[in-house]
Design a protein around this ligand. Structure first.
Ligand code: AMP
Ligand code: TRP
Length: 329
């Protein structure tokens, strides 16, 4: 069976783009492959300094992952720092990647530039080595990620091949896969840029936990254009097309079909808001149920952590043996 792995950082709130572009595909994918999904809190440490924040975000993100439909009996949902093999293989990966390779990573260039006067940790630089460990520990065949992560999967492949060449066949060479639906959700106020938790204007971003009134308000304010025709055309009508894309994704149709039903922008906005509210309602209910029962939430995570550790510890010792470290036994 194909092994699939993808991870998400516990930084900031989960938004509609995360859900429609990634999490929803994780849920539909869980019955087609052997899936592993990590909440990568060690990665979040590269940009988080405030005590307590990462742990709180990790718990909330775990509740989101189960609330959207990841089934703890089917999918392995784990916390990165609870499986210490990530840190252990991470160091080995750092010694298998070159300074030059890491220097070419666009995410590092972007993130470090954005941090201007802030602290830029060495961890932000070596981040892809830890990500390679995440992937290689699970013998993942496929890694579903958005465009922005493709370079990190490429470097993981390079690292795995280099390691296998130096020390003998140890790691499965993974490949990145583009999620099937390809939903790319744009900011409601700025429909030519991606909906993103780092966006400045919060009001163009729908968060998974927004209440109905907030969602309605945000859709009402959504930027469209000065025309009046409801047609799907991303180039010419980015705002209207984004609404159609969201409406279609929330109701299981295509943006083109959705366009045939509406003639006025106001109606399209209202329908999109209602569709999103209806889609999120059961997710929110389950989320709050889980957060109110932390014992249950921790039980689900322990289950995932245990299964993750079983696989990860075998791969780590395979790598250690291949290198030929003196055995502690
Ligand atoms: P991020 O929030 O950037 O860490 O992304 C987490 C996951 O959500 C990644 O797999 C992204 O590809 C996906 N994602 C983030 N923003 C969007 C968006 N606006 N539309 C579709 N997918 C997105
Ligand atoms: N770097 C990814 C992101 O920013 C998160 C991530 C960490 C990841 N490890 C991973 C994604 C392993 C896929 C596989 O979204």
């Amino acid at each position: 069976m194909t092994r699939v792995l993808s991870c998400i950082q516990p930084t900031g709130e989960v938004h509609l783009g995360n859900y429609l572009g990634a999490l929803r595909n994780w849920v539909s994918g869980q019955h087609k492959a052997d899936v592993f999904h990590g909440i990568v809190d060690l990665h979040a440490l590269t940009v988080t300094e405030e005590p307590g924040v990462i742990g709180r975000n990790t718990l909330q993100l775990a509740a989101v992952l189960f609330a959207v439909g990841l089934d703890p009996d089917v999918a392995t949902v784990f916390v990165q720092s609870h499986v210490p093999e990530h840190s252990q293989l991470g160091w080995i990966m750092e010694c298998t990647v070159s300074f030059g390779e890491l220097s070419r990573m666009t995410q590092f260039k972007d993130k470090s530039a954005k941090r201007e006067a802030e602290f830029v940790s060495a961890g932000l630089f070596t981040y892809p080595a830890l990500q390679a460990a995440d992937i290689l520990l699970y013998d993942a065949n496929e890694v579903p990620v958005g465009d922005d992560q493709r370079q990190h999967i490429e470097i993981t492949r390079d690292i795995a091949m280099r390691f296998n060449h130096r020390f003998g066949e140890t790691f499965v060479i993974p490949k990145s896969v583009t999620p099937p639906s390809g939903a790319r959700i744009m900011d409601l106020l700025n429909p030519t840029s991606k909906m993103s938790k780092s966006g400045d204007e919060d009001t163009g971003v729908i968060y998974l936990l927004d209440d109905p009134a907030k969602i309605e308000k945000k859709f009402k304010r959504a930027v469209t254009d000065s025309e009046t025709e409801v047609v799907f055309d991303r180039e010419r009508k980015p705002g209207v097309s984004n609404l159609l894309e969201i409406l279609a994704a929330a109701t299981g149709t295509t943006p083109q079909k959705a366009a045939e039903t509406y003639t006025r922008y106001g109606d399209l906005k209202a329908a999109s808001a209602q569709a999103v509210i209806a889609m999120l309602e059961p997710i929110q209910a389950r989320y709050f149920e889980l957060l109110n029962d932390q014992g249950e939430l921790m039980r689900l995570l322990h289950k995932g952590n245990g299964r993750a550790k079983e696989v990860a510890s075998k791969t780590l010792s395979r790598a250690q043996k291949a290198i030929g470290f003196l055995s502690a036994e």
